[in-house]
Ligand binder design. Structure first.
Ligand code: SF4
Length: 449
């Protein structure tokens, strides 16, 4: 079983911890603090809350599992497991929430439960106390359709971030697995396997013509998505006769030649040489995500052994800066997985040390106009780290948000492009609260040159 969270006093209640963190971080919106706790601990649903009769977008498993239990261990709760929404919105209610959007990570043991109120509407509760109202992710107009080969369209082009983003995982595996070089927090290949074993429609590589058919349907439906992300695992040798850049670029070229500039195109691939990054830019991609995951040099070696061996931390960082010359700094947005730096056995013990380390990385990049973003870590049991660890403490997550916000403000940077509007009540980014804690009204960087 995962071990106890570091720093969190034994015997604390979930609401007691939230209360203590809200009091310590009075300058962080309390809604973002609850959101971070839901992200790190997961959420569970009463079946009646799901069956309340409304339509909503179900969890699509758009890349990783983002669950605290494997699917096979939620067999007994299959009605919840199979019908959980992609995201929920928290608003109103006794705590008078301003809207936040939260990605759903299933955990039957979480203190955060979505139940039905006496009036019959879904509410978020914790340890028996009702916190706020809950809305379920809206159903994009094309959901429910199947493609000409029978593939459900949601397997090909799911929509997240409350409909803002089309999430196109075109390679559902990563070639670092099998060599024992996978990032230690990642379950991409094992999630692929569990989805197949569960009999779900889930394919390793998306054929381009299938993706294009799906996007034709998306466009015809009038769906309001504003951006797409092309992503998937790393390609170390070749995939379909292409290197990593070549494999992913083919999809960008197909989309951008059919619908030039219709959406903001984003791509998540490794930190590649500058000439490959230029090819990505030339294919019509607007935003590049070379994810560095963790800043501390020793932790990068331990937690990202494949990236460390095949690229190396120094070269990874140098390539991020090279990419800023190709895309402009504002449109290079590397991801950092918030929480893994606290995981045993290698991670920091004191939250202050983790904030200092990541703060150094944020300062390094932001001083150059590059704004890293976070995904709050879900300790998935199908990953190496998630087998042995519970989540990082709530205090860690909220202190990190403060570090990010203050560093971002100190350099007077615009809100990162490609994430929708910033600020509490506006933000739709669902796997971290970094967009929720930016001051409302912060200007946004343009999404295109
Ligand atoms: S590069 Fe790392 S995080 Fe990305 S898919 Fe591969 S193992 Fe997972």
């Amino acid at each position: 079983m995962p071990g106890p969270n570091r720093q969190e006093p034994a015997g604390s209640t979930a609401l007691g911890l939230v209360d203590a963190v809200v009091r310590e971080f009075e300058d962080i919106p309390f809604e973002a603090i609850v959101k971070e706790d839901c992200l790190r601990r997961g959420i569970w649903f009463e079946p009646e809350a799901l069956a309340a009769g409304h339509r909503y977008a179900r969890k699509s498993y758009f890349i990783f599992s983002f669950d605290h239990r494997p699917l096979s261990e939620m067999e007994g709760e299959a009605s919840v497991r199979d019908d959980a929404p992609e995201e929920i919105m928290l608003e109103g209610g006794p705590w008078d929430f301003r809207r936040v959007v939260v990605s759903v990570r299933l955990n039957p043991d979480s203190p955060w439960r979505v139940t039905l109120s006496d009036e019959g509407s879904p509410v978020l509760s914790c340890e028996g106390e009702t916190i706020c109202q809950v809305g379920f992710a809206p159903t994009p107009p094309y959901y429910g359709e199947a493609l000409s080969d029978g593939t459900p369209i949601t397997e090909v082009a799911p929509s997240i971030e409350w409909g803002y983003l089309l999430y196109l995982t075109v390679f559902r595996m990563c070639q670092y697995f099998g060599k024992e070089e996978e990032c230690q927090f990642c379950d991409i290949n094992r999630n692929f396997k569990q989805q197949r074993e569960a009999g779900r429609s889930y394919f390793a590589v998306k054929p381009i013509d299938r993706l294009m058919e799906a996007l034709e349907r998306v466009v015809a439906s009038g769906a309001q998505a504003e951006a797409y992300t092309l992503t998937g695992g790393s390609v170390l040798s070749e995939l379909e006769g292409e290197d990593e850049a070549g494999f992913y670029i083919r999809y960008a070229e197909a989309i951008e030649s059919r619908w030039p500039g219709r959406w903001t195109g984003k791509m998540v691939v490794q930190a590649l040489p500058k000439e490959a990054v230029q090819r990505i830019r030339d294919a019509g991609i607007s935003i590049y995500h070379p994810n560095y995951e963790v800043w501390d040099p020793a932790l990068f070696e331990k937690l990202c052994p494949g990236k460390a061996r095949h690229v190396g931390r120094d070269r990874w960082i140098a390539r991020i800066l090279d990419a800023a010359e190709v895309f402009t700094p504002a449109r290079v947005i590397p991801n950092f997985v918030a929480g893994i730096e606290m995981a045993r056995p290698h991670g920091f013990v004191r939250e202050e040390d983790a904030w200092r380390s990541t703060g150094e990385g944020l300062d390094f990049f932001m001083s150059k106009g590059v704004v890293p973003r976070f995904t709050s870590w879900c300790p998935e049991p199908l990953s190496v780290l998630g087998r042995e660890n519970g989540p990082a403490s709530l205090r860690y997550h909220v202190g990190l948000l403060r570090t990010w916000r203050d560093t971002h403000a100190r350099y007077g940077l615009p809100a990162p492009p490609g994430y929708g509007k910033p600020g509490i009540g506006n933000a739709v980014f669902s796997v971290s609260s970094f967009m929720d804690v930016i001051a409302t009204g912060t200007p946004m960087a343009p999404t295109r040159p």
